[in-house]
Write a protein that binds this ligand. Structure first.
Ligand code: RIB
Ligand code: CA
Length: 315
């Protein structure tokens, strides 16, 4: 059965891989791509998303969304780990290889494009979120009448037992904890793909070489992932670039590639050291109150295999 999705992204190198994976699926239709700040300024993530969409031949409209979190000042993107992982341009410092986008940006803002796409969709729509949740929160707050047409929210974010923005906060949730709290309290099924599962889904240099042999799309994505791979190896001795954002899409393709566990997930907003943490309560006596299911493991080989199959669908 065809799945209709909206991807809310902060493109982003791993966002690009997730978009490619989704676009390659016969039974997944991307209705819209909406962009947020996160890995970079929203003007950069939007330009990158438009470039990737046109490179992959995706017809869906692209809209610009949140320029900053609900409460905090946005991060300075020139410093920190962001440029080391995603490159200064957000596309692994090879974004200039892609032509400037020609398809006009949607006249809607992200939340309104989400609403328009969901309202006009023939079936319920899955929101795949791979950046901070500010746009998704804005949509949920502004169009509660459409919540019944949202199948589920499949999001890359949070973690039960770790963090990467801080010791206890993962970047997508940590960039805008208030937005995450709004999403996690919404009466919509949520599948959460946090670091516990995503960190194990790395693509090795050899697998990137295989991807490059498939054509210019694989060759671009192989190089796009290079700073990501180098930084993860340098900082953590990790065997490859981690495809965090692909997990929600991989799960839509084949649910057996992850293990989801029901939990009561609360977003810590006030902790001096824990702000942005996804506090996961797995106690069985609370599971009737579970507001989400969270992945604690993933099948790396199966998910990387999906990408190597998918990239062959492109030139
Ligand atoms: O923590 C990983 C997440 O932060 C991914 O979505 C990556 O693109 C960055 O946005
Ligand atoms: Ca992302």
């Amino acid at each position: 059965m065809k799945k209709y999705i909206i991807m809310d992204v902060d493109t982003g190198v791993d966002d690009s891989m997730a978009i490619m994976l989704a676009a390659a699926q016969e039974d997944i239709e991307i209705l819209a791509l909406t962009c947020t700040f996160g890995n970079n300024d929203v003007s950069v993530t939007t330009r990158n998303t438009r470039k990737i969409a046109e490179f992959l031949g995706i017809q869906a409209p692209v809209a610009m969304g949140a320029v900053r979190p609900v409460i905090e000042e946005p991060l300075d993107y020139s410093g920190g780990l962001g440029p080391m992982i995603h490159g200064m341009d957000g596309l692994g410092n090879v974004g200039d290889r892609l032509p400037e986008p020609t398809v006009p940006l949607s006249e809607y803002c992200a939340a309104d494009l989400m609403a328009e796409a969901i309202e006009n969709a023939p079936e319920k729509v899955t929101i795949v979120a791979t950046g901070p949740l500010t746009n998704v929160a804005a949509f949920l707050l502004s169009r509660p009448d459409l919540i019944n047409k949202v199948e589920q929210i499949a999001l890359m974010g949070g973690a039960a037992f770790s963090g990467n923005l801080s010791f206890s906060a993962e970047a997508n949730v940590g960039h805008d904890p208030e937005a995450a709290a709004i999403v996690f309290s919404a009466p919509v099924p949520k599948a959460v793909f946090g670091l516990d599962a995503t960190m194990g889904v790395y693509i090795t240099d050899e697998e990137r070489e295989k991807m490059a042999e498939c054509g210019i799309t694989g060759a671009f994505l192989k190089d796009c992932l290079q700073p990501y791979a180098d930084t993860y190896r340098m900082l953590a001795g990790w065997p490859g670039a981690v495809l965090h954002d692909s997990l929600p899409v991989a799960w839509l393709i084949d649910e057996s590639c992850v293990e989801l566990h029901p939990a009561v997930i609360t977003i810590e907003l006030n902790g001096r050291h824990t702000r942005g943490e996804t506090v996961c309560n797995f106690n069985s006596n609370l599971l009737d109150q579970a507001n989400a299911r969270i992945a604690l493991s993933a099948d790396r080989e199966k998910i990387i295999g999906m990408h190597l199959d998918a990239v062959k669908k492109f030139r």
